[in-house]
Design a protein around this ligand. Structure first.
Ligand SMILES: Cc1cc2nc3c(=O)[nH]c(=O)nc-3n(C[C@H](O)[C@H](O)[C@H](O)COP(=O)(O)O)c2cc1C
Length: 325
């Protein structure tokens, strides 16, 4: 379970830094993997409105947004946006990051493919300003709402603190820190209770990728899925990407990985094996093993890929349902 924090303040040990750190520390103590991006330290070019993302679903600018932040956003279960108010909105580097998620918006609304985690990803906002006008947080709340929609996250609301100006002043607020820690608990606890499942196959190019994506797409509230292969291929199979796109599911940015890498942050409760080739699938102490005998569609027709996709979908849905009984 991965929580990504976007820290929008230039001030180290400033108010935003303190609140976001409290949120992330609490999430980490509960068992979540966490990462904070300090946006002022990143090189994020502003969107140049070139239109490439609307046609091709990729960003034409190659910088840290492309290399580092897009992959983190795709992997995140929770995205916490944290910013001081600068002229009634988030700070400029954070706004540049948000604008660059137009690429995500384009994939969903122009190319009609959905991130598999879209339905179950959560977004939360922390915002702090010096003044106390009624509209102080309106702009930021609206920006956050549409940012979550672009990246595929449902908003779990916000904690906003007016009348906080000096560096570190938030620590003198009577409830800000305890509210923030409580919120972190509320948000991460249910996600940490999901069943952790490793889907394993030989190349991690087709079967286990489809299974993990279906688990996220249809049952992301009950399953935390990872996938890996005993001999990962260099890239996922194009037919697999195509047949998933036919169902509106975006597999555009995934790469095969080893089973060891898949379980770096997740200790699976269940390992679902689908044929791991000569190496055999690993035995993971404490994990229940389920053997799904599923034909390897690699090197076969696209029609076989579709049949395998539909069969895997059924198996994943049955498995998810078994947890609700
Ligand atoms: C360039 C700039 C613009 C700001 N604009 C606003 C504003 O529009 N409204 C407001 O209430 N505070 C504004 N502030 C004050 C900050 O929001 C406030 O000091 C906040 O506590 C800083 O948080 P930090 O310590 O996390 O950076 C502004 C501060 C700066 C430096």
């Amino acid at each position: 379970m991965f929580v990504l924090g976007l820290q929008g303040s230039p001030r180290k040990n400033g108010n935003t830094d303190i609140l976001l750190s409290a949120f992330m520390e609490t999430a980490g103590q509960q068992g979540a993997e966490t990462d904070i991006i300090n946006v002022y330290k990143q090189k994020i070019e502003p969107c140049i409105e070139c239109g490439v993302c609307e046609k091709k679903g990729i960003c034409s600018i190659n910088d840290e947004m492309n290399q580092e932040i897009y992959p983190l956003l795709r992997r995140a279960d929770v995205v916490v946006l944290a910013s001081p108010i600068f002229f009634y909105n988030v700070t400029a580097p954070l706004k540049a990051l948000i604008d660059r998620t137009q690429t995500f918006w384009s994939r969903k609304y122009r190319l009609n493919v959905e991130d598999p985690r879209r339905k179950y990803r959560k977004g939360f906002l922390l915002a702090i300003g010096a003044t106390k006008g009624k509209t102080l947080f309106h702009g930021t709340i609206a920006t956050a709402k549409y940012f979550y929609d672009a990246i595929g996250a449902s908003s779990l609301g916000a904690l906003t603190y007016p009348k906080i100006e000096e560096r570190g002043e938030i620590e003198t607020h009577p409830t800000a820190l305890s509210d923030t820690k409580q919120k972190a608990l509320e948000i991460v606890s249910p996600l940490l209770k999901r069943k952790k499942i490793l889907f394993a196959c030989n190349e991690n190019a087709c079967r286990s990728q489809m299974a993990a994506a279906f688990a996220h797409y249809y049952a992301g509230d009950t399953i935390e899925a990872v996938c890996g292969g005993s001999r990962p291929a260099e890239s996922v199979h194009p037919n697999m990407v195509q047949v998933m796109e036919e169902m509106g599911i975006d597999m555009g940015f995934i790469s095969p990985q080893t089973i060891d890498k898949a379980i770096v942050h997740v200790h699976p409760d269940i390992i679902v094996t689908m044929g791991c080739g000569e190496q055999g699938c690993p035995v993971i102490p404490g994990a229940r093993k389920l053997d799904w005998d599923i034909e390897d569609p690699s090197g076969k027709s696209i029609e076989v890929m579709r049949q395998v996709r539909d069969y895997i979908l059924k198996r994943v849905q049955d498995l998810a349902q078994s947890f609700n009984q």
